[in-house]
Design a binder for this molecule. Structure first.
Ligand code: GRF
Length: 203
């Protein structure tokens, strides 16, 4: 399975994926890492692992549609089976999402459908939820709302700050993203219409 990862920032999830690919836990090859932000630390992580990198700055494009068309062209040059959003901080157009139907996954730092969008840890504390977590899902047109592949929950503690909670959630992100990619790479999970289908376990 060939993966292209899209990143914007520090790339800790990308690192977890690179490590899982390197140790054979995810049967895949990182074909490229693409960023909209020049200088994103994730690009350094990719380069360190010998993965080709590319930068496509959104500012050079008149609108979202033009950017996403150029992004898709760049991605398709790497012939990926799967496009992995790993902290890619841009909304994607419906045309882009449709082009990669069933081949586009994201990780979100909450137990979806709770807390789509930004500042999930702060909002979880404000709401007083006792469980929080992370979700890996196929990307659909609606933001942070696609069919769910795997979730991990963590307790919210009395003395948590957004930072301490983020750290606890992030540790789970680094576990479940490679797990989801392994399942997809092994053909155990796929998107059928709007439903995630799991292969029946071997008897
Ligand atoms: C993670 O919290 C991820 O869930 C969200 O953006 C953050 C990216 O962090 N989509 P990193 O760049 O993987 O360290």
């Amino acid at each position: 399975m060939r993966i292209v990862a899209l990143v914007s920032g520090r790339g800790s999830n990308l690192q977890a994926i690179l490590d899982a690919v390197a140790d054979g836990a995810v049967p895949a090859e990182l074909a490229a890492v693409v960023s909209n932000v020049p200088g994103a630390y994730a690009l350094e992580r990719a380069a360190r692992s010998g993965v080709p990198t590319a930068v496509l700055r959104h500012r050079n494009f008149p609108d979202r549609a033009a950017y996403d068309a150029a992004l898709a062209e760049l991605i398709d040059g790497y012939r990926p089976d799967l496009v992995v959003l790993a902290g890619f901080m841009r909304l994607l157009t419906p045309a882009f999402v449709a082009r990669y139907h069933g081949r586009l996954v994201n990780i979100h730092p909450s137990l979806l459908p709770a807390f789509p969008g930004l500042h999930t840890h702060r909002r979880a504390l404000e709401q007083g939820v006792k469980l929080h977590g992370a979700t890996v899902h196929f990307v659909s047109e609606d933001v942070d709302a696609g069919p769910i592949i795997i979730q991990a929950a963590v307790p919210v503690l009395d003395d948590d700050t957004p930072e301490s909670l983020a750290e606890r959630v992030l540790a789970q992100e680094h576990r479940i993203y490679p797990q989801a990619l392994a399942w997809i790479g092994q053909g155990l999970v796929r998107l059928e219409g709007t439903r995630v289908r799991f292969a029946r376990p071997l008897e």
